[in-house]
Design a protein around this ligand. Structure first.
Ligand SMILES: Cc1cc2nc3c(=O)[nH]c(=O)nc-3n(C[C@H](O)[C@H](O)[C@H](O)COP(=O)(O)OP(=O)(O)OC[C@H]3O[C@@H](n4cnc5c(N)ncnc54)[C@H](O)[C@@H]3O)c2cc1C
Length: 377
């Protein structure tokens, strides 16, 4: 018999946001004993401040595999929503009415049409249904659009969800499977020794046979502790929420969506602001002005809340999934678009991680090896 002490857990997942919880739920569903070690309320947490789109159109420029991966997740989303509903009774309000990217001038129409054509002309890009719509066609779909709207691109695969309820449902479902969630357990140090990972927190050491780093922006610091590389940076986005109104946006608009509760969310900012998550009227007023040009009736609504949150943005914008070569059993999963990709993270990745099969052939493009480019001399 081995004289090694028994590890407490089969898997430790670091990070209890959408990425960590989706994977933890999937692994726990495979009968593994899983602990999630998460930070606290003062951390940067994209999962609590996002725009909640399940967005497919325009994904994959520069990496067609990302287009396919995104499409696959959108197709798996109904399965995720119903599994969570069955296990928790919570409705995450997933719907796929199709998405519109509204454009405010002929110039914007032209640029958008070219960008989508370039995307779909890439070798290896999976065919995705989309079309460019002019004002008159669009007006029949969205009668409330303003006269300045020149048209839109439309993709029937786009949808949205209630992202906070999704996070809650994942937590509840994980708990029902016997998973253990520990809040305020920031992992400070990770050591790998004799087939076991020791994770040091202020509350003591946790041991596990395998490890998944899903700590969002925290992955940047943690990954090198197990021989991985996670070049992620913060990218700020600001969001405006209006009072609740009767339904009038029956499709998902890229920057404006009506939640299941009736409020309008406006999100149109992408800012390089390092770790500054403050809101600013300069950006908010530009977002609001553009939204009112799209839907003039928005000018009559009261704004009830605004916030800023930091995206977890990989260096090249694409997801990172890998297993450490020097510390086998240590995995990393991090990405922007963790709402869209939640179905893949919950229903596809766990089996690969559990089998130690990352990087798989299918996910090779997302390996950290793509960052190992020798410097030019
Ligand atoms: C403004 C905005 C709009 C967005 N809109 C969309 C959208 O419409 N659709 C979409 O698909 N995506 C969207 N996103 C992106 C999406 O929210 C993220 O991809 C997703 O939430 C990332 O989840 P995560 O679990 O990786 O990170 P996070 O939610 O940031 O969670 C990371 C967790 O790790 C914990 N942690 C960090 N360090 C440690 C440590 N050392 N030890 C233990 N725990 C640690 C933190 O406490 C945190 O809970 C948006 C993001 C923003 C900011």
């Amino acid at each position: 018999m081995s004289d090694l002490p028994r590890k407490e857990f089969d898997f430790a997942v670091v990070g209890g946001g959408l990425v960590g919880m989706a994977i933890a739920w999937g692994i726990a569903g495979r009968g593994r004993k899983v602990v999630v070690l998460d930070g606290g309320d003062l951390d940067f947490r994209a999962s609590r401040g996002n725009f909640a789109l399940v967005w497919v159109q325009s994904k994959g420029a520069g990496m067609p595999e990302y287009g396919s991966w995104t499409l696959q997740s959108s197709q798996l989303w109904p399965q995720l929503a119903s599994a969570l509903n069955e296990q928790t009774g919570l409705d995450v309000c997933f719907s796929k009415p199709g998405g519109l990217h509204l454009l405010l001038s002929d110039r914007e129409m032209e640029n958008r049409a070219c960008a989508l054509k370039r995307l779909h002309n890439q070798p290896g890009m999976e065919a995705l249904e989309y079309e460019m719509l002019d004002h008159s066609v669009l007006e029949k779909m969205l009668p409330q659009i303003g006269p300045e709207v020149a048209g839109a691109s439309f993709c029937p695969q786009d949808g949205h969800v209630n992202a906070l309820r999704l996070l809650r449902a994942l937590h509840v479902a994980f708990g029902r499977l016997g998973g253990e969630y520990r809040s305020n357990h920031l992992v400070q140090r990770i050591e790998s020794r004799r087939g076991e990972f020791s994770l040091s927190t202020a509350d003591g050491v946790v041991t596990a046979e395998k490890l998944v780093l899903a700590a969002g922006l925290g992955n940047f610091r943690l990954a090198p502790m197990v021989g991985l590389n996670a070049p992620v940076r913060p990218q700020r986005g600001q969001i405006i929420i209006t009072e609740k109104v009767a339904p009038f946006v029956s499709y998902v608009v890229h920057t404006i969506r009506q939640t299941d509760e009736g409020g309008i969310m406006i999100s149109d900012s992408v800012e390089e602001a390092e770790y500054d998550a403050s809101v600013g009227t300069e950006v908010l007023s530009v977002m609001a002005a553009r939204a009112v040009r799209m839907f003039p009736l928005l000018a009559r609504l009261n704004v009830v809340r605004c916030w800023a949150a930091l995206r977890v943005m990989p260096q090249d914008g694409f997801p990172i999934y890998d297993q450490s070569q020097s510390c086998p059993g240590a995995f990393i999963a991090t990405c922007h678009s963790g709402v869209t990709l939640a179905a893949n993270h919950a229903l596809v990745l766990p089996a690969l991680i559990d089998a130690g099969a990352l990087p798989s052939k299918e996910l090779q493009a997302f390996s950290t090896q793509r960052f190992d480019v020798p410097a030019a001399h």
